[in-house]
Design a protein. Structure first.
Lengths: 395, 395
């Protein structure tokens, strides 16, 4: 009896992560500097843990609100008002068990069998996977690397719309490319969506990680009305060093509230109240921590960018947003093998671009959201391992 | 622009919980005794919190294994070996963000568009909802209340199988009826599944809550081979008073491991490592706590059963498993209105049977998994409010 034969095609089609092979190859090696995942090296700040622990000790261990505790939804409202300068009522916020769950719920709501979802690539692979599990089809819209940086051709995006298209996914600042849409870019994309009656799934989770001195990247909320067909994906993971907590939020027009509540009810039935208390502390008291994290990422990003540039073999876009260096190495076409080799030769863990869809195959993704010393050491090792091709071979 | 028009039919069809109306009606009333939800009144035991807090303080706040930390999967293996007397290897266990998420992943794996899933009813409404969200159809198989207790007619179950049937959901001990399948029942159901090549989703989360002196209810593992098409749904919620934590597990043949890992990856991407450390403590050190909980539930159940029996108006099955009294009140046909009235007149919160599908409409569900004093007081109030019809009207 072959058990796999009994499974649905959607489940069978869910792909393994293309990063996992390299992680499994390198995990546990002494001295390994792991830059393959999208997380930093700082544990969650103590003030966030303290709030969660106090809640747990106070016995907040019972079922709670499916949409999130009111205190967290109010804190989200305060945070957004502060960051965007416009009121964003608490009714727009739905607490989820991760940014990933927000994506899953969004896709379940707006993309079903036979629907097409446009995804600019290279992209975080979990978008396409979640789209496939919902029974829809992810249609890649390849971006291009120009001298000025990564570029999404909005005409190409518009030309990819078919009668089956229902959704455009826009991740800005982007994982893995660092592409950070301007306000004009977002307005142009929104115009395409409006023209065709499409939804936008706006993953703005790296919105604080920009390196032009602004407190945040441009957002669809700068150009759209609150009641448009836009679902915002968000997470506590990156801003507040809470990757392991699995807590995020979905922002949506309140008219969708009952549907979202039901989809939460029938997937995870809410998020631990004590974790939500930690999240309230993060929002209310975490601005200084975010500022430190962004400044550290900027310093670390410049170290690795300058170091790899000096090899003369490496190409990448100027740093804009998020915290990844997405780079190409001259003469290296098989990035999966290169990533495995760098584990052996540099003891540095990097994700192969093959994990990120069309247009990413020739690249490697390195997360620089870590302390400077580690990034400097990783850079030295990578430079030694990559070097100039002749030098490397003679070493 | 009607935003709801843009949503998928599966999302729109996800029903609101039939319990929520009564909860919203009664929530926050002073002195209210809430017996509408499936949870007790004890917070999580301190030894479980301690383990979670120590882990958090030690900085276990990073991404972790999608299948669960090895230490928890090993603890699950130990727990099952102890409880069932047979080795159950850790490769069979997948940690999830609730029993509900286990159901969701199970349904996504084995039930898709056009498939039928048999669900004996009255049943926990979340089964049918999760089936619908997966694009499949829940087909109720009504059970009957006999003098000996609730009864699932296996011939009727078999007669409900069509060429589109893919899955049978069996929840034993059952929410809301308390039905607890015998080993022979399970063998007969398994024979039906084998004959037609069906999957079984075995929700055995109330398996410890039985009142015949056994440490556990009969389980499909008593009659099935490990590599059969059975997916076991489990949660930490009930046994260890962890309803608010949102952590459970799915047990499946290891051949499904990669698919399950991918479905976890693309829904919530795992469970907080610090919560998993709490769960390890629960499994390894929680037997005495479970014994206390079961003994308390038995005492409380007998109090309410005897109290309501004395009214002469109330009918229910003999206590078997789980911790619900699922009862009918003579002369009361509209249980939704009755539940609302009992909020007003008894200040006791009870779930209307209309929430539990075909065959449950005439019943009310009362959770007796709470301290004796509360249950005794709730019983007094319910008896006063229900009384004999004549008595009540003249009161």
């Amino acid at each position: 009896m072959n058990l796999l034969e009994g499974l649905t095609p959607e489940a069978l089609a869910a792909p393994a992560s293309g990063i996992v092979e390299v992680m499994n190859y390198g995990r546990g090696r002494p001295g390994m500097i792991p830059l393959w995942a999208g997380e930093g090296d700082r544990p969650t700040p103590a003030f966030i843990m303290d709030a969660a622990i106090a809640s747990m000790r106070a016995g907040e261990t019972f079922y709670t609100w499916q949409r999130g505790i009111p205190e967290l939804r109010e804190a989200l409202s305060r945070y957004h008002q502060r960051l965007y300068g416009v009121p964003v009522p608490m009714e727009r916020f739905f607490v989820t068990g991760s940014g990933m769950q927000s994506v899953q719920i969004a896709m379940r709501m707006i993309a079903g069998a036979g629907d097409e979802v446009l995804v600019p690539t290279p992209a975080w692979p979990n978008f396409a996977a979640a789209i496939g599990i919902a029974g829809a089809v992810a249609v890649p819209v390849p971006m291009t690397l120009e001298p000025s940086g990564w570029h999404l051709d909005v005409d190409r995006l518009a030309a990819s719309v078919t009668p089956r298209t229902r959704v455009i996914v826009i991740n800005s600042p982007a994982n893995p490319t660092g592409w950070t849409a301007s306000r004009d870019d977002l307005a142009a994309i929104l115009a395409v969506a409006r023209r065709h009656g499409l939804w936008i799934v706006a993953d703005e989770i790296y919105g604080r990680f920009v390196y032009d001195g602004s407190p945040r990247a441009a957002s669809f909320r700068d150009v759209a009305d609150p009641d448009e067909r836009i679902l915002y994906i968000q997470t506590f993971s990156k801003n507040w060093a809470m990757t392991g907590w699995r807590i995020g939020w979905l922002e949506a027009p309140p008219a969708l509230g009952d549907v979202i509540e039901n989809l939460i009810q029938y997937s995870t039935s809410g998020v631990a109240a004590f974790m939500q208390r930690g999240a309230v502390a993060a929002l209310d008291e975490g601005d200084a921590f975010i500022a430190e994290q962004v400044a550290a990422a900027e310093r670390s990003g410049r170290i690795v960018a300058e170091g790899l540039s000096a090899t003369g073999r490496v190409r990448f876009a100027p740093m804009a947003g998020a915290f990844y260096l997405f780079f190409q190495v001259d003469g290296e076409t098989d990035t999966r093998r290169l990533a495995l080799r760098l584990v052996d030769e540099a003891n540095v863990g990097i994700a192969p671009g093959t994990a990120f869809g069309p247009g990413g195959e020739a690249y490697l993704r390195l997360c620089y959201g870590r302390r400077e010393e580690d990034i400097a050491e990783a850079t030295r090792r990578l430079v030694a391992a990559l070097g100039a091709p002749g030098l490397r071979r003679s070493a």
